[in-house]
Each structure stands twice: as C-alpha cells, then as structure tokens.
Design a protein. Structure first.
Length: 426
C-alpha cells in the first residue's frame, strides 16, 4: 500500500474582515494568538488508499468485504476503538446497501453520485477510513471518484441540483487528492481545478459573482463550498482560489448572518430577526461544518483565517445554547420543539464541536459536555444492524413534525462526526 502524505499549506491570502465583521475578528484575536502559540493547527494522520474489490461504477458504492479483524486505528486508544466499533456498523451498512439505495433514488446514476447525500458520504468515509485504519472506506472514495473521472457530470441525466451543490462532491475529491502524491494527486485534482479555473476566468471577463447576489440562487450547500476553494489553495499553493472563495462567501452569506442570534437565515439577517424567522438547523449545520473545514485549510498566519475563526466561535455560542436535553438539535433553531430531531444537523454540529475541541478552538469547559451528549444521542439512534433511525430528509427550510425518516441522509455526516470524536484530544 502506498504511503500517503499531506501537502504543506500554501501561500497567504491578504483579504481582511469586512466592516460588519471587524468586531468579531477583534473579539477573537486573543484566542487565535493563543492558538497559534500553542500550535493548534489540525494535523490528522493520513493513511493509504488501496484498490477496492467488488466495486461497481454504476452504483457508486459497493458491497463491503467482510472484515475479519478490527484494523489498528490511527488513534489507537480504548476510547477511539470503542467509538470506531460503534460507527463501523453504519459504515458497513452504507457499503452493503448502496445498490438498494440507488434503486430508491430518483434520477440517473450521475445524479445519485453527485447529490449532497453521496458527497457527504464520501467525505465521511474518507475521514472514517483515516481514523479507523480500515482501507475499505478509503477505497470507496477512490473508486467512486474514478467512476466519474474525478469530475461531477454536472447536469447529466436531467439532474436538478444547483451547480454549487456539486462543490460538495468536489471537496470530497480534493480530500482524496490530499491522501496521495505526484501524478495520482494531479489526476484527482485536475478536473476540479479545471472547473474552478473556468469560474475564475468567467469572473475576469464579467467582474461579477453570478447568481450569488440573488437570494433565490443561494442554497444550503453554498455554505459548505467555501471549504472547497480554501482546500484548493492549500493543495496547489495558488492564493486565487481562497481569494475567490472568501469574496464569494462574504458577498452571498455575510448579509444572511444575524448578529443577534449568531445564526444564518435565508433572509437578510436583520429582516429575519425582526420577522422572527426560523433558522434551519441543517442550513446552520452545513455552515458550521464548512467553517471547520475552511479554517483547517487556511494557513495559521493568513489574515483571512481570523474572520472564519471569529465566525466559528460566534456560532458555537448559539449552537451550544440550542442543544436539546436529549443531546440532539431540532430542525428549527430559533424555536425549539419536542418533535423529531434533525439527525443530519445534529451530526454536523457534533462534528464541528468535536473539531473545535480537538484543535483548541473551543475550550474543554465550552464544548465537551455538548459534544459528548450529542455523540451519545447519535449513537442511541443507531440500530444493531447499522441503520440510523429518525434521520430527516435534507432540505433548506425546517419542517417540524412529520418529516419522513431517510437514514442515508445522515450517514456521511455521522462518519465525519465519528472521526472527530475518535480523535478525541481533550
């Protein structure tokens, strides 16, 4: 098996927080300074990726080969091994049931492979493969990427997803590229870089960010796509990607951030607050996870990083305050209810909280209880056969009560959360 390494973070991006965000950046300067002095930049051990037996390019995923023993984890402690044993059930379930899930899905194979659910599944499998030491899950990303030529087949087969929704699966391909070197890395990177370069070339001609100024064009996955641009800069050393991602994020989403509730809304923040608008847990969960992956990709000495650190810490305050007694989060964050929890959002919040604890962005006193309570709630929802119960279907707007279970929705983000919980450094 080829040993994989990570790239050294690339050059700097010189943008600074906008006027409406300056006080956030100022409030977290001391925190970030301490973080830099203590060397809290996230450094995950990366494992190799080998060829996967039994894979099908038409279904994207495959039936898992049975593991005869629990491989040694990259975080081999009694705690991490117990977490991995619990989560292995859902990872195995996802591999074993992918063909059936494909049959249930509407649209073509390309739609299934490029949808948000599979994109987060690939991210989760990659993260879980790293901490578990089980090559089968890393294989999933490798073969799934090769089935599409490390591209996304945008719009193939009548797919209705937003163009920006494909950024999530491109982020999964970059995650796979970070695990290899040389020509293999370039093979995985190039289709995504070609698409990003096409976007930059369009901006050079028009001088505008298409669509993002219009609220009707925004969607939940845009809040995660900033991590794609940051990671592209990290892997290539080209600061243009981060510069564009940063501008894009602030143009489209800074006006949607409510500085009173520290949550994102699908209306301009002040208007949403005045109208008492609900705040989708999934929408904010994707934003929170996107901030974690973005901060992780930006060099510690880059001024742009401070903006996202400040935003992450602001959001953490509300996320901690809105957690339910059962450890989950409701579909709407402004007005909690006793209805079914939003499993996908809950897993995203646990991921973000555990990442913050592992990187010292959050203190032990701030986030430990919430992260462990959230993880326990997710684990209680995991059946013996590896199926998540009470998993809500995806969607931007909260729909309290009566949401149909859709277990596949939360598989990827559950595995993302598992990887951070298993790495527990607090």
């Amino acid at each position: 098996m080829q040993k994989m390494t990570r790239e050294t973070p690339p050059g700097r991006h010189t943008s600074s927080p906008t006027s409406s965000m300056k006080r956030w950046a100022l409030s977290s300067t001391v925190v970030l300074t301490l973080c830099l002095l203590s060397g809290c930049a996230h450094k995950s051990a990366m494992t190799g990726i080998a060829a996967a037996p039994g894979w099908s390019a038409t279904t994207g995923l495959t039936h898992a080969t049975e593991a005869t023993a629990i491989p040694q984890s990259s975080t081999d402690t009694p705690w991490s091994r117990d977490v991995i044993i619990q989560a292995r059930r859902i990872a195995d379930w996802r591999l074993e049931n992918s063909a059936r899930l494909k049959d249930e899905a509407a649209g073509s194979t390309a739609c299934e492979l490029t949808a948000l659910i599979n994109a987060t599944t690939y991210l989760g499998l990659a993260d879980f493969g790293t901490v578990s030491g089980d090559a089968r899950f890393g294989d999933a990303v490798q073969v799934g990427g090769r089935a599409l030529g490390w591209a996304t087949s945008d719009g193939a087969g009548g797919c209705q997803q937003s163009a920006n929704q494909y950024d999530v699966i491109r982020l999964a391909w970059l995650s796979a590229a970070a695990r290899v070197d040389g020509s293999e890395r370039q093979e995985r990177l190039q289709p995504t870089l070609d698409r990003l370069n096409q976007t930059l070339a369009t901006l050079d001609v028009t001088g505008a960010v298409p669509c993002l100024e219009r609220s009707s064009c925004r969607n939940d996955t845009d809040l995660l796509s900033i991590a794609l641009w940051a990671e592209a800069s990290r892997l290539t050393g080209d600061p243009r990607y981060l510069a564009h991602g940063d501008d894009r994020y602030r143009t489209a989403f800074e006006p949607l951030y409510d500085t009173k509730t520290f949550l994102f809304h699908d209306q301009v923040g002040a208007e949403a607050s005045a109208a008492g608008a609900e705040a989708s847990a999934l929408y904010n969960g994707l934003a929170y996870a996107g901030l974690a992956r973005t901060i992780q990709a930006i060099p510690a000495d880059n001024p742009a990083r401070l903006y996202y650190v400040a935003l992450y810490r602001e959001m953490s305050r509300t996320i901690l305050a809105r957690q339910r007694d059962d450890g989950h989060w409701s579909a709407g964050l402004r007005h909690q209810d006793d209805g079914p929890p939003d499993m996908m959002a809950s897993a995203l919040f646990v991921y973000g909280l555990a990442w913050g604890l592992n990187t010292q962005m959050l203190s032990f006193n701030e986030g430990e209880t919430a992260a462990l309570s959230g993880w326990a709630a997710l684990t209680r929802s995991l059946r013996a056969d590896g199926v998540l119960t009470e998993a809500n279907d995806t969607g931007l707007n909260p729909r309290p009560g009566g949401r149909n279970p859709s277990p596949r929705d939360a598989v990827g983000v559950y595995l993302m959360a598992t990887a951070q919980i298993a790495e527990r450094k607090w």
